[in-house]
Design a binder for this molecule. Structure first.
Ligand SMILES: [Zn+2]
Length: 346
């Protein structure tokens, strides 16, 4: 089958449900607030933000982050997770239980699996809020305990450094579940596009969006796949809706209006990147460098010349293309290989 024949609107590739996007155009990717991140002893990824939102560090995430970095992120490695969170932020799905409920066709009453997942999630959310509260209390207790002549400068310091953001802080397990769900969703779409099979999706299923007792290979059905993709993405897209902002003469946001608006978080931005690819019916490639194997849509570093090559792209980046060319050259020129080895050991 010619892969170009497979699109989001082609018949029964994902059950009888067709995937459509509104709007059909691609949308610009908003910046996200990124603060210093730290892994606390009790497993929370603490994210710190300054008091004043105009001083927040705004980061535009790299293209295809949901695909390139997220699919290969090692979730067993807390250091790798922390590095990712410090660079781009934490990934938090608002409700995995909602996704599971939709996958099961939203039965009323809800299944025990959904209830159990909802309970686990709300415990996690509550403990995050509690964690942030304890941190805040201990900071202010420190200020109160200081000699009066130092209190003011300490408060200044707190204001500069900021506070734990309960919205961006999460438990490392919550981060893992959220990334796992996004990866499951990407594989669902890859299967819908013919780049993977639905058997691959089931075998590689990672997230806790799965009823108890289902064996590997039996979950989810194609219909459940389509619903997981839709409900998962919509939870992120909820926060990147169109809006009106107000700024003063200095360009500072009007706090009276800003307060109602929840800034897009990283999960929302990743969902938007993903949805943009769905909207354009992007063709996915897998890097042919055997040491890489990343999924990608456009070869990176080509954007610099203003042109993307979309047909017959073998490597995710020029770096991978170069690495393979070099390896081949070395295989053909054993003498050159020895030379390179000598260089490496010096
Ligand atoms: Zn590559």
């Amino acid at each position: 089958m010619d892969p170009s024949d497979i699109g989001p609107n082609v018949g029964d590739n994902t059950s009888e449900l067709r995937i459509i996007t509104w709007p059909a155009e691609q949308l610009p990717i908003p910046a996200v607030s990124v603060g210093p991140a730290r892994l606390a002893g009790d497993g929370f990824i603490e994210v710190w933000l300054p008091w004043n939102s105009s001083e927040e560090r705004r980061v535009v995430v790299p293209d295809e982050l949901y695909l390139r970095a997220l699919m290969t992120l090692s979730l067993d490695d807390s250091t790798a997770i922390l590095e990712f969170a410090a660079a781009y932020g934490t990934v938090i799905v608002p409700s995995l239980a909602k996704v599971l409920s939709a996958a099961q066709g939203r039965p009323d009453p809800e299944t025990e699996d959904v209830e159990r997942l909802r309970e686990r999630e709300s415990e996690m959310h509550l403990s995050t809020i509690e964690h942030a509260k304890v941190c805040m209390e201990s900071t202010f207790a420190g200020v109160r305990a200081a000699p009066p002549n130092q209190q003011e400068s300490l408060l200044d310091a707190v204001e500069r450094i900021g506070m734990i953001s309960p919205r961006l802080t999460c438990h490392v397990d919550e981060f893992r579940w959220s990334v796992q769900l996004l990866r499951d969703m990407v594989r669902i779409w890859l299967a819908n596009q013919g780049s993977l099979t639905f058997a691959d999706v089931r075998e590689q299923w990672e997230s806790p969006v799965r009823p108890a007792g289902t064996s590997s290979g039996s979950w989810p059905s194609r219909e459940a796949c389509a619903r997981i993709l839709a409900v998962g993405l919509n939870q992120g897209l909820d926060r990147v809706r169109a809006r009106i902002g107000l700024v003063d003469v200095d360009g500072m946001p009007d706090p009276a209006v800003e307060k109602d608006y929840e800034q897009p978080d990283l999960f929302s931005v990743l969902c938007l990147q993903f949805t943009n690819h769905i909207a354009e019916n992007a063709r996915y490639w897998r890097c042919q460098n055997k040491n890489c194997g990343r999924w990608f849509v456009r070869q990176s570093e080509r954007a610099a010349v203003g042109q993307y090559r979309r047909k017959g792209v073998k490597y995710c980046s020029k770096r991978c293309a170069k690495a393979v060319a070099q390896r081949r050259w070395q295989e053909r020129n054993p003498r050159g290989k020895r030379g390179a080895g000598d260089e490496g050991s010096s």
